[in-house]
Design a protein around this ligand. Sequence first.
Ligand SMILES: Nc1nc2c([nH]c(=O)n2[C@@H]2O[C@H](COP(=O)(O)OP(=O)(O)OP(=O)(O)O)[C@@H](O)[C@H]2O)c(=O)[nH]1
Ligand SMILES: [Mg+2]
Length: 130
Amino acid sequence: MTKKRVHVAVGVILADQQVFLTKRADNVHQGGKWEFPGGKVEANETVYQALSRELKEEIGIEVLSCIPLVEISHDYVDKSVLLEVFIIDNYLGEPSAQEGQQEAWFEVATLSTLDFPAANIEIINKLKGC
Ligand SMILES: Nc1nc2c([nH]c(=O)n2[C@@H]2O[C@H](COP(=O)(O)OP(=O)(O)OP(=O)(O)O)[C@@H](O)[C@H]2O)c(=O)[nH]1
Ligand SMILES: [Mg+2]
């Protein structure tokens, strides 16, 4: 049986060639890896609404404007995802982990040394070209 593809809104907070990341909790899908903040698009919600809601919940910022970066379909052994990735180019507040996750700013150039979910390789490659 084909698994349902989970639709995910993902935000890249980019400022002065630095990117804000949080670490996924150990007990969740792809746990213990660095991630771009974001989460599942719920029923009756647009991807933009999901992006705004998730970034408010997870890192406490209000998204004012965003630019589509890339869409990635990826099949993990246990789950299929469609990541819709946006660069957040204007927001209110200072990103800070709201759910006890580890957080850090990283230089774009150092991103490829970090442990990410496999789907994210395409995001990193795109960012290096920005
Ligand atoms: N947020 C986020 N999710 C990612 C990334 N890369 C990636 O493969 N995913 C996958 O996208 C899926 C959904 O993301 P999520 O776990 O953040 O969803 P969520 O915030 O709604 O979580 P919840 O269901 O616990 O409320 C997960 O299976 C996760 O492994 C990424 O960079 N950021
Ligand atoms: Mg999330």
